[in-house]
Design a protein around this ligand. Structure first.
Ligand code: DGY
Length: 321
């Protein structure tokens, strides 16, 4: 008998067609956003589900769907899934690491450069017809070249961000749960391991690349922002909840840091309205991994995990072996 699967969000049609060759697929190509109750209902009778970081699978939802064999997340981060509950229920959980490292690192740089050089703010000024003359002191920003780049969370994406800093003659400092090997540090533009406090104090610009968990919840709050340089840009391409959004809005409003580039938010897609009142922040809708090639690679990676899980083979990206 063919396995039954739910693909909870719209994806590339050819990916669905390939899955249909092997499985009975219920897809959601109209991309309706399911409530928790609708998702629960759709998972009835399914062997596996493919979800994205927008679908939250709590312990309660997982316990009510313990018939599932696999939950395949199309994302590297998996804080949307209660993995412990899935493990207790004997459900495999997979993610899509590596395929998005370089694209997401590119995007961290996009936000850093856009903020340091006030691209968004000056473009709004121009579009509003306010540009009357070249001025010596117009939209003066901070240099990126030659600066000290701080990276909090030095996994594969953090290291890809650090490598890119070589061309800008930057010094890299980082803090991470564990220190990289000397070879990895050398490869990451000779990144220097420092305490979190030194990172905050010394970085000219700081990029957050941490997974979200109870331990990293609000790891950047008012106290941490107070340690940063007033000329610094803060970039978050990781997960909302790492940063206390209310504290960040206050710091940006009072110019205690220069600017922020944000791709992720607490409670996204809802946005703290305070962000919209600020000109020194660039806001984008969680598109860090969003190149055509990488989103395809993520879909293919999730499909490969799904096929393996339902064929009795260990999926390549199993989180809970
Ligand atoms: C990821 O892969 O974790 C991206 O943030 C998309 O959710």
């Amino acid at each position: 008998m063919r396995a039954k699967i739910l693909v909870a969000r719209a994806t590339f049609p050819d990916v669905i067609e390939r899955l249909q060759q092997q499985f009975d697929v219920e897809s959601n190509q109209e991309d309706k956003i399911f409530s928790a109750a609708e998702l629960h209902e759709k998972m009835q009778g399914k062997d596996a589900v493919v979800i994205t970081s927008s679908e939250k699978l709590s312990a309660e939802v997982i316990a009510a769907n313990s018939h599932l064999k696999a939950i395949c997340n199309v994302a590297v981060g998996y804080n949307n899934i209660d993995v412990a509950a899935a493990s207790s229920a004997g459900i495999m959980v997979t993610n899509t690491p590596d395929v998005l490292n370089e694209t997401t690192a590119d995007y961290a740089w996009t936000l850093l450069m856009a903020n340091a050089r006030r691209v968004s703010e000056s473009e709004h000024f121009l579009r509003a017809g306010e540009w009357k003359n070249w001025r010596f002191d117009q939209f003066l920003g901070a240099d990126v070249h030659g600066a000290t780049l701080g990276i909090l969370g030095m996994g594969r994406i953090g290291q890809a961000i650090a490598r890119r800093s070589m061309g800008f003659d930057m010094q890299v400092i980082y803090h991470n749960r564990s220190r990289l090997t000397p070879e990895q540090e050398a490869h990451a533009n000779h990144a220097r391991y420092v305490s979190k406090e030194e990172l905050l104090r010394s970085a000219d610009h700081l990029i957050l690349v941490l997974p979200y968990s109870a331990q990293t919840h609000h790891i950047i709050g008012a106290a941490e922002l107070a340690l940063m340089k007033p000329t610094a840009t803060l970039v978050n391409i990781a997960r909302g909840g790492i940063v206390d959004d209310a504290a960040l809005i206050a710091a940006l409003r009072e110019k205690r840091i220069a600017s922020a580039g944000l791709d992720v938010y607490e409670n996204e897609p809802a946005l703290n309205p305070g962000f919209l009142t600020l000109s020194n922040v660039v806001l984008t809708p969680h598109i860090g991994s969003g190149s055509e090639k990488t989103r395809r690679a993520m879909a293919d990676c999730a499909s490969a995990n799904l096929v393996a899980a339902l064929s009795g083979v260990q999926p390549p990206n199993l989180i809970n072996p």
